[in-house]
Write a protein that binds this ligand. Structure first.
Ligand SMILES: [Mg+2]
Length: 164
């Protein structure tokens, strides 16, 4: 049970994940959560730093796909702005969205990581899908909707318990 919510790696920000580090972990592709991972919940765009990071990964041949539980139209507009493929209403922690994203990218799920800010959605989905899971510290979690904020104390408890 614990293994299913334990990320393989925990970082402060996606910006720490450069191509050499990802290749060193045996990864060719990243599935990216959107809200609080790439941008604050309420924002419609990413920072210049995140934009540059995405461009650098693509230039280095790392495949990218957004995988969000958010609704199609909102995530679709965001993905279009970034010119990235996406899976919306992914139903994380279930693995279907992650698997669909890996299939559409044509990548091996064992060489793919799910990157996100929530243990009980992103990390579990990645684990269930047979992928590497990478946890990032949420960007401005105080702007999240109440149903996400409810889960945060439990996440902190588990992270302390697992000493991750
Ligand atoms: Mg998120």
């Amino acid at each position: 049970m614990l293994r299913l919510i334990a990320p393989h790696l925990r970082v402060e920000s996606v910006l720490e994940l450069d191509a050499p580090r990802l290749r060193g972990m045996g990864l060719d592709a990243l599935l990216l959560d959107v809200d609080c991972t790439l941008k604050p919940y309420g924002d419609t765009d990413v920072s210049a730093e995140v934009r540059a990071w995405l461009d650098a990964l693509l230039a280095d041949g790392i495949a990218l796909c957004l995988v969000s539980n958010g609704r199609g139209p909102r995530i679709g507009r965001f993905a279009e702005k970034l010119d990235l493929p996406f899976v919306a209403k992914a139903l994380k922690p279930f693995p279907f969205g992650c698997r669909r994203a890996a299939r559409s990218l044509g990548v091996d799920r064992r060489r793919t990581a799910m990157v996100g800010d929530q243990l009980f959605a992103d990390v579990m989905a990645g684990r269930f899908a047979g992928m590497t899971s990478i946890l990032v510290r949420p960007i401005h979690p105080e702007e999240e909707p109440w149903f996400t904020r409810l889960k945060r104390p439990l996440e902190r408890l588990f992270l302390r318990w697992m000493k991750i």
